[in-house]
Design a protein around this ligand. Structure first.
Ligand SMILES: [Zn+2]
Length: 150
């Protein structure tokens, strides 16, 4: 389907609808740059704005495990995309649009796309094994040394 959407420089599907929003990356003059995130829309109550939340894992060195942390940002929701509550969306960083808004929704992800991204994200394995071995080694040395002395 042909639309008059601009190429925003990212590998995303352009929306099928069109809009006249100046702050739309596809039909207005907004440029996207910086970081991208995949999240879930947890609120669409505000006009042309959604709250997007996603989970990230923060490593805790002491326990060699991860804790779950949630990030929440406000993102601009152009009329041509019109993401609603519960949607999986791809957001990209842009210039500050208001005091709290510096992200814009660039795609509503279908089920297949969301699944693909989830698989990709769970690929990172904990990298704590090496450290554990390093910690175990010196304590063993100490023990054998003590044995020799006696
Ligand atoms: Zn648009």
């Amino acid at each position: 389907m042909m639309t008059n959407a601009k190429n925003i420089g990212l590998d995303v599907k352009a929306p099928e609808k069109t809009c006249d929003d100046e702050n739309c990356p596809f039909h207005g003059s907004l440029k996207v740059r910086g970081r991208q995130f995949v999240g879930t829309v947890v609120s669409d109550k505000t006009h042309k704005t959604v709250v997007v939340e996603w989970e990230r894992r923060k490593p805790i060195q002491k326990y060699e495990r991860y804790e779950k942390r949630r990030s929440r940002v406000q993102a601009h929701n152009p009329p041509c995309i019109d993401a609603s509550h519960g949607d999986k969306v791809l957001i990209a960083e842009c210039r500050p649009l208001s005091k709290t808004k510096h992200f814009v929704v660039i795609q509503v992800l279908g089920l297949d796309e969301a699944k693909l991204i989830k698989e990709f994200e769970s690929d990172d394995l904990p990298k704590t094994k090496k450290k554990k071995e390093a910690e175990d080694a010196p304590s063993e040395d100490k023990k054998s040394k003590e044995g020799d002395e006696e």
